[in-house]
Write a protein that binds this ligand. Sequence first.
Ligand code: ARG
Length: 476
Amino acid sequence: MADNKPMRLWGGRFEGGPSDALTRLSVSVQFDWRLAPYDLLASRAHARVLHRAGLLTQEELDRMLGALDDLDRACRTGEFRPTVADEDVHTALERGLLERLGSLGGKLRAGRSRNDQIATDLRLYLRDHVRTIVSRLVELETALISQAEENADVAAPGMTHLQHAQPVSFGHQLLAHVHALTRDVDRLRDWDRRAAVSPLGSGALAGSSLPLDPAAVAAELGFDAPAPNSMDAVADRDFAAEFLFCAALIGVHISRLGEEIVLWASQEFRWIEVDDAYSTGSSIMPQKKNPDVAELARGKSGRLIGSLMSLLTTLKGLPLTYNRDLQEDKEPVFDAVDTLLLVLPAVSGMISTMRVNKAKLEASAPDGFALATDLAELLVRRGVPFRDAHEAVGHLVVWCQVNDKDLGELTDDELAKVSPYFAVDATGASVRDVLNVHGALAARSAFGGTAPDRVRDQIAALREIVDGQAAWANES
Ligand code: ARG
């Protein structure tokens, strides 16, 4: 078949050919060609079912499977390529089959439609790629956990409202990002359970009058079950929308991490230094070293969110069942997959190679009167109502600001002068005992707290979870 002669799967009832404008609008092969390996998998399963239904002889089945294998090989080597004249991936592959088998190639289309095929292909593609995405997430989780382990004992300023609030273990803060990512992986695994339904056998919308076996096809393609309603099967794109939500939320999570990296690497913070391999320079300012990976991670979240909005808007208001609008499902899905596979390795590399300025973190941890809560809680342990303790410590902070002192610099006399609550007690204990950052960290030792021992427990628990996630990505 000549490359420039349009190949169509639907010419029979038309007198004239389509206009150029329609052809240009309609063609999707430039982006759906990446589904070819999945379409071929589904075709092999369909051929076997046609054989079992008595619609292909054994000899025909053998030739059909041989041709599908050869076409698969030719697609992978690039020997067989779609042309501008092929409308979509299904059309291109039918051409390849006809080139190999002549009229026998035309038998494969029996009992199926591009409507159940495309829904099947996209599910197969996504279930496959979700596993790769999970592997990339596991790498990022692992990079963050290693840095957390290295920095479990490092005190850092913990912030609310981007203001110093209470000191935390820097490892604790890094692990907070890991928890968000483990939920992302959970969500994808849960998504996979719902996506494991096979539309093949639904035909255009109503099923087939041929004695096909949707359950056998589903099992061969690794799905848990065939779709129980053929109309839902060809119209449903929930699996694509749900995937895009998962991708958008991953985008939001790496954007928040990216924003922290940008702040931490700034002159004002100097908490970390991003490795040269993950930084860029300026074309005019010779001194500049910019955290572009973190910024691109933050920026890419915009397009991930956009892809979700794009598909939801396409789906809204579509009557059942298949409508051509549904062809618009693929580009947002492919873009989200490509974006995640591009950005996640860069973020992992940036995290695993960044250098943490432990001295700067430790020095800044008590700044901004970050131990004020510890002082108030000490008074509570001495029997002072928290309301009064809060008030007294507030006055002390103002006194320090007026006298240009830090809480840690105060003498027992100065403390007693501000309030009798702060005087040395009957046992000779000074409130100054709680004014040290590492004591403050160690004191927060309940489950989930920032005490370094609890951080180490978290690391052990997270490593187990992440190992399970890696195994899921590799085995299923
Ligand atoms: N290219 C189409 C899509 O992506 C395949 C299904 C075409 N079905 C049809 N009835 N025209 O949705």
